[in-house]
Each structure stands twice: as C-alpha cells, then as structure tokens.
Design a protein around this ligand. Structure first.
Ligand SMILES: Nc1ncnc2c1ncn2[C@@H]1O[C@H](COP(=O)(O)OP(=O)(O)OP(=O)(O)O)[C@@H](O)[C@H]1O
Length: 319
C-alpha cells in the first residue's frame, strides 16, 4: 500500500495553554477514504487546515506524496484539493457553473483545453451536466456543494480534504454526493480525508475511521473494527414506557445481557452476545412480570461505537 499522507507528532496551539493537537500521528494510503471523528472542538478542522497549508503547525512532520511540508509547501499546494465549510463563498454567484470552473481552473494555471477536459470528466462523475449553464447563485445547497467539490478537483489532485462535505444537505443529495465521491476515489486512485458528524455517512463512505481525542489519534481502524470494540453483537430493544426500571435491572442481571443504553427516548437497549439465550431470558422475565412490549433487534452502529469509545477515553481508559 502506498502512503499518500504521513503525519508525525504534529503539535498546534492557538496560544498559551490552548494546545489542540498534542503529538498527533496518522498515515493515509492511496485509494482510501479516511474519516476523522471527534467531538466538537477536538481539532479536526485544525488538522485539515494544517495539511491544506492554511494554518502553520507548531512542530511535527508532514509529508504529502513524499514531499515535506517544511520544504516543499508550494509543490504540495498542487497535490491536494480542499473544500472547507464555507460553500457559499467558494464560487461566484453571478457566474454560471461552467464559468466558475473555467475561472478557477485558469487560476490554477491550467490551459483552456485541460480545464474543459477535466470539467467534462468531473460532470460525468458528479452527474452535473444539466446544471453547467446555471448561475451558481441560483443552485440548491447540494448543487452548490457539488460545484465546490468539483472546483477542488480541477487540477486532478491526488489528495482531497473535505471538511464536513454534506453538512446541512438533505439526506438524498448527501447520499448522491457520497456515492459520487466513493466512485471517484476508487476509480481515480485518490486519497480522501474527510470530517463528518454524520456517523451513518462515515460508516457508508470510509475505508477507515480515526478518532481524535485529547489532541492525538486515540484509535484508527475500519468502522467494523470500531463496532466490534463495543463487545456486543447487537441490541435487543424494548419499548421504554412498558418496562418498569426494576424489570430493566432484572434483565441486566441475565448472563447474556451485557449492557444497557438508556439514551434513546422510546426504547431501552440491551447489548447482547448470544441472540437465542438473550431472547429466551428476556421473554421469560416479561412473561413472569406479565409485561407486553414490542421489541426489535438492531446491529451495533458506528454511533454506538463512537459513544462507547469516547466514554472509555474520557474515563481515562486506553482505546
Ligand atoms: N483561530 C483560532 N483561534 C483560537 N482558537 C481556535 C482557532 N481555531 C480553532 N480554535 C480552537 O481550537 C479547538 C479546535 O477547533 P477545531 O475547529 O479544529 O475543532 P473541530 O474538531 O473541527 O470542531 P467541530 O467538530 O466543532 O468542527 C477549539 O477549541 C477551537 O475553539
């Protein structure tokens, strides 16, 4: 596997006593989509902005495709495309989509033929041909975001940074953007680093997930590996309003039932490892207590894994 981005012992503070990155190390590979997860304020945007040369680091080493950020910043600027969180101001409202793309392509130093060839390729990937002549200002939020992503890909960079690319978009458009991105990264052999708070999106899109906690990468692995870390196969859920607390405790004393997650408003969740044993035990208790409740089974989600891992980390346990 070819390493595209290598980050070693990266440190960044915004002033005295406000260290955000505290020796963060991370490798990204060609052909992969890595999602950076972490609570608000954990430093995801800071990391992406340092990689995108928009912020300077305090110390540490960053290499992009073998080039050293300390020595080759200008070369590195040609190797990545960056999309930040300010979609509206990333293109001109009173220019059409194609005019915007041609303008930003020229700014990148591409000649007209190169720009047009790249626009043609990108509009195929992003299914955007029918919108090329529309004014940017008149596009929907999802269409604007697509233009801004295409803008970042005009010079065909090997590395792409996207900071919350589907924030605020309706789920259908967000899903389309995800599937275009996935196809693009796979077929064009790119490396994509993104941040997102939408964990279903991260689960669907990413090859690996890295968790930032306390200024370092606390764990990195596939979404599947993170989910396995929760230690249960899935959850049996019962309607909360029909289950008295005493019964919840009783169910929790069953040997196959490992933990209970009480956060969902309508359902009480019981983490289980052995479906048959757990079901038998729970049904037995419900009969005994003469309780009628609907129940359902759900798999461990990335959100469960994130909440679980963050809980461990804030309690001071190693990930
Ligand atoms: N220019 C700045 N000056 C001072 N502090 C800053 C600056 N930019 C960010 N910070 C602080 O650094 C910390 C990390 O911010 P950052 O935006 O990197 O976090 P994040 O993980 O991307 O957050 P979110 O998930 O909310 O987008 C926060 O506490 C933030 O307030």
């Amino acid at each position: 596997m070819t390493i595209s981005i290598s980050v070693k012992d990266l440190r960044k503070s915004y002033g005295k006593d406000s260290a955000v990155l505290k020796g963060l190390s991370l490798d990204l590979y060609q052909d992969e989509i890595l999602a950076l997860l972490g609570p608000n304020g954990s430093g995801k945007t800071t990391l992406i902005k340092i990689l995108a040369t928009l912020l300077t680091k305090d110390s540490g080493k960053v290499h992009i495709l073998g080039q050293d950020l300390d020595d080759d910043e200008n070369e590195i600027r040609h190797l990545f495309g960056y999309v930040g969180q300010d979609t509206e101001r990333s293109a001109y409202s009173r220019l059409t989509v194609v005019e915007n793309l041609q303008f930003f392509g020229a700014l990148r130093g591409l000649d007209k033929r190169q720009v047009n060839a790249q626009i043609e390729k990108l509009v195929e990937y992003f299914d955007f041909k029918s919108n090329l002549k529309k004014y940017f200002g008149y596009l929907s939020g999802g269409q604007k975001q697509t233009v801004v992503i295409m803008r970042a890909l005009l010079h065909d960079p090997a590395v792409i940074y996207l900071d919350e690319p589907t924030k605020g978009l309706d789920p259908l458009i967000a899903k389309n953007i995800r599937s275009f991105l996935k196809k693009y990264v796979k077929e064009e052999h790119k490396t994509l680093l993104l941040t997102s708070h939408i964990l279903s999106e991260v689960d669907e899109l990413s090859s690996r997930v890295a968790l930032i906690h306390d200024g370092v990468i606390a764990s990195v692995g596939t979404a599947q590996e993170l989910k396995q870390g929760v230690g249960v196969d899935g959850f049996i859920e019962l309607q909360k309003h029909s289950i008295p607390l005493g019964v919840v405790d009783k169910i929790l004393r069953l040997p196959p039932v490992l933990n209970s997650d009480d956060q969902d408003s309508e359902w009480v969740s019981f983490g289980i490892n052995n479906m048959v044993d757990a079901m038998e035990g729970i049904i037995h208790i419900l009969r005994e207590e003469q309780i009628q409740s609907q129940f359902r089974y759900r798999n461990v989600s990335l959100e469960d894994a994130f909440v679980y891992r963050m809980g461990l980390l804030s309690d001071g346990f190693e990930a």
